[in-house]
Write a protein that binds this ligand. Sequence first.
Ligand code: HEC
Length: 94
Amino acid sequence: MDRKAYIIDVINHGSSRLHFKKNEIMEGGYVSKEDAPKVACYVLHLAKKECAYPHEAEALFSSNCAGCHGNDGKGAGGVYPDLTRERLLGFDQE
Ligand code: HEC
């Protein structure tokens, strides 16, 4: 699984294994399965990684994800996981 596939998986199925905050999990399905790859690409872009995302992905992120992760993906000052870090918590890149 690459970083994009991991992000898509979290969007579709949620995440409860990081124990980021006690008793707080992320539900799956904030966006549709069709939109998940577009939003994942936008998340990669926020982390300064190449990924061509359609224009609508930015709006999808800001209305469905930014409430917790922040418009810049940095997790609202540590309240939620920073999606732009080099190593995501649930996906250790080499
Ligand atoms: C209600 C708040 C909330 C919303 C909305 C939300 N998330 Fe999350 N997200 C979390 C929490 C909390 C975690 C950590 C869950 C855990 O501990 O396993 C998380 C984890 C993640 C992770 C894993 C981070 C890592 O370091 O491994 C990704 C990727 C992610 N979210 C992306 C998204 C995307 C994309 C959206 C919009 C489609 C979104 N999130 C919407 C709260 C939220």
